[in-house]
Design a protein. Sequence first.
Length: 178
Amino acid sequence: MQAVIVYESVYDNTRRIAEAIAAGIHEASPDAQVSCLPVAEATSDATRSADLLVVGGPTHMHGMSSGLSRRLAHGTQERRTARKTEDPAAGAGPDGSPGLRAWFHGLPDTASGTHAAAFDTRADFRMSGGAAYGIARRLARHHYDVLAEPEGFIVEEAEGPLRAGELDRARTWGAALV
């Protein structure tokens, strides 16, 4: 089995969840080839041969990130980095990497029978929304068979950290996808 995990991450929380999911898949199926790729590196060639495509991103403004929400998040990250390094030029400008919305435009349709799953990172408060639902809908539009309910993993604050136990929960969820 070949599994590809594609993620968008601003504060590294979603990346950490993606890596935990990859570990869970590998634990459940030691012979599986598992790739964990940031959205900027996830070409259509990388996803085309996947038996299982898992896609995740942060929840911004109740759903999937957008150009505006990424710019706002990068601005927050840049201010935080500049404060830590006391270098006002640190992290000047968003990194220019595509978000999941843009990435989905280039995702080729797949043959029926290719499995997929969607996840996100989100705050745990009423009406926080979740990006995983929109990700799952887009996967289905590209003819992926979404095999699990979209899953949300909790961050304590917008920038993190992840809630205690979420990495273990992500590993377990990843193993259950196999």
